[in-house]
Write a protein that binds this ligand. Structure first.
Ligand SMILES: CCCCC/C=C/C(=O)SCCNC(=O)CCNC(=O)[C@H](O)C(C)(C)COP(=O)(O)OP(=O)(O)OC[C@H]1O[C@@H](n2cnc3c(N)ncnc32)[C@H](O)[C@@H]1OP(=O)(O)O
Ligand SMILES: NC(=O)C1=CN([C@@H]2O[C@H](COP(=O)(O)OP(=O)(O)OC[C@H]3O[C@@H](n4cnc5c(N)ncnc54)[C@H](OP(=O)(O)O)[C@@H]3O)[C@@H](O)[C@H]2O)C=CC1
Length: 335
């Protein structure tokens, strides 16, 4: 048994990550432990995003919550959405308390264009957004030949349709009002490499990558910047439940030891990139997708190719473990 303790401190939010690798190939659990704000080192002026109003889809958990926290800590009013009211309310409370900034939550299902339109109308009733982060995502490991149309649709519609309708909802309002705006989509390095066993997610993210380049050109003359980030592994509870449900599924994409920088990403690293991209100081970057993965995709172990060793019985167990996690999530949904 090998035990690696990897501890890093997130500068602005002071989160300590401890990753414990039980044995090579075993799943990694990232324990996030909150500590005080006091010794924070901020990379940007604390007022950098003052006056900004930014919607982060899927901002109630994981990366979306951490990104929202970073925006709020730099003066922005953040709006988060998702399908579980309790999770959203908890997140809003946490963002307000820890960042000292403004945050509000809206229940919305990004798979449903009417739900997105209602959310946009509700937000615009209190004033226009200045920025949008397409972060809501869905994913699970599965051999492609076993996917049902509903399974494929659940992932595609969340990532591809959700990002399109949210971008369109903001874009049409900005254009009508002659306002500038910024859109950032949270993709994954599979937009360049593809990945076995997560094909619908790789396809949908690649579609949003194409949307990023296309809209940057179409809406650039109207003052709307459109960019994306492509993270490598940043362990979150949901992602790891869906992508590393068993000891046997601990391969490439969810492992730190094959990342050239030899560790997972830290939330403050992602936050800093997002704060930069959404800020006015970044006014000449558009149409780009920036990787933030410690070099993972260049070293090529960033996919689930290693899962070809799994037996049909292993896949059945993986499916059951993933679906147990989904059942737990569903209990809280109201949209
Ligand atoms: C380099 C590192 C990269 C890491 C990249 C990370 C990417 C991520 O995006 S991680 C994000 C993880 N978070 C989530 O996925 C949160 C949102 N997830 C969900 O809402 C659910 O998990 C969902 C995707 C399953 C969708 O929920 P819902 O619409 O309620 O879906 P159902 O439970 O009704 O299932 C729909 C359909 O899918 C089939 N299915 C579900 N799980 C599996 C599975 N493990 N294997 C095969 N098929 C599965 C399910 O059976 C349904 O189909 P039918 O049976 O035909 O009805
Ligand atoms: N963690 C990682 O290593 C990486 C993550 N990413 C991307 O980052 C994003 C966040 O992932 P992560 O934080 O790990 O996972 P989470 O599951 O924690 O985040 C996904 C969020 O999206 C929301 N969401 C899902 N479906 C919908 C829907 N139909 N309508 C509204 N909201 C929805 C979920 O809330 P709810 O279920 O309540 O609706 C949840 O808050 C994803 O797009 C993922 O692909 C990219 C690369 C690496």
């Amino acid at each position: 048994m090998r035990l690696i303790i990897e501890a890093g401190r997130a500068c602005d939010l002071q989160i300590k990550y401890i990753s414990v690798l039980i044995s090579p190939g075993a799943p990694v659990w990232a324990v996030q432990q909150r500590i005080d704000w006091q010794d924070c080192a901020f990379m940007f002026d604390r007022d950098l995003l003052k006056g900004k109003r930014i919607l982060v889809t899927g901002g109630g958990t994981g990366l979306g919550k951490e990104i929202s926290m970073g925006f709020a800590a730099h003066g922005a009013h953040v709006f988060i959405c998702g399908r579980r009211p309790e999770i959203l309310e908890q997140a809003v409370g946490e963002i307000r308390t820890r960042s000292g900034g403004q945050a509000d939550a809206l229940v919305a299902n990004v798979r449903d264009p009417d739900s997105i339109e209602k959310m946009m109308a509700d937000i615009w009733n209190t004033g226009p957004l200045t920025g949008l982060v397409n972060n809501a995502g869905a994913n699970f490991l599965a051999p492609t030949e076993t996917l049902s149309p509903r399974g494929y649709e659940a992932i595609r519609s969340t990532i591809m349709d959700g990002s399109f309708y949210a971008a369109q909802g903001c874009g049409k309002r900005w254009i009508a009002a002659g306002l500038p705006g910024v859109i950032i989509s949270n993709l994954v390095t599979w937009v360049w490499t593809g990945s076995a066993y997560v094909v619908p997610a790789a396809m949908a993210k690649a579609a949003v990558h194409a949307m990023t380049m296309s809209l940057a050109v179409e809406w650039g003359p109207k003052g709307i910047r459109v960019n994306a980030v492509a993270p490598g592994p940043f362990p979150t509870e949901n992602a790891w439940d869906k992508l590393n449900p068993l000891v046997e599924t601990g391969v490439g994409a969810t492992q730190a030891d094959e990342v050239p920088l030899r560790r997972f990403g830290k939330m403050d690293e992602l936050r800093n990139l997002m704060i930069f991209l959404i800020s006015d100081g970044c006014s000449y970057i558009t149409g780009d997708t920036i990787s933030i993965d410690g070099g993972h995709h260049l070293a090529a172990p960033s996919t689930f190719a290693g899962l070809s060793k799994l037996s049909p019985e292993d896949w059945q167990r993986a499916r059951e473990a993933i679906q147990a996690s989904t059942r737990k999530e569903k209990e809280g949904r109201s949209a």
